[in-house]
Design a protein around this ligand. Sequence first.
Ligand SMILES: [Zn+2]
Length: 133
Amino acid sequence: MSLRQSYLIENTNLQQQNIEMHKKNKKLKKRVKTLIEVNREYEKELQQWKEKCLCLEKHIKEQHEQYEEPCDNCGVILGEDVPIMCYSNEIGGDETLCSECYYDCEMWKTDENPDNEDEIEEAKRNEDAKRNE
Ligand SMILES: [Zn+2]
């Protein structure tokens, strides 16, 4: 085989390889394109979920804040551990108080809320009992 002949054979082989590589490259490009589209869909879905989560978080926070109202007198957070008293007075207006403020600061004495009748009666009895000690 002459040098030229072997060169031609080599060249043909390389060209053939080049064509194969081109085909493979085309297929891979197509696959990458598909994957990018799939990824875009996933990202869209993820964004929707994130928005849903934010909405839920906000909702939970709002409910929490509604529940955790502060005492109008001392600012302590009312809730499970601190009993709430709804104070009402024609002149002083309505107030949401913790039980400590309500009793210790003697707010019950001016309370006109009919819902607290029993509590006011009890506070009166307690005060009388203390006086008679
Ligand atoms: Zn208070």
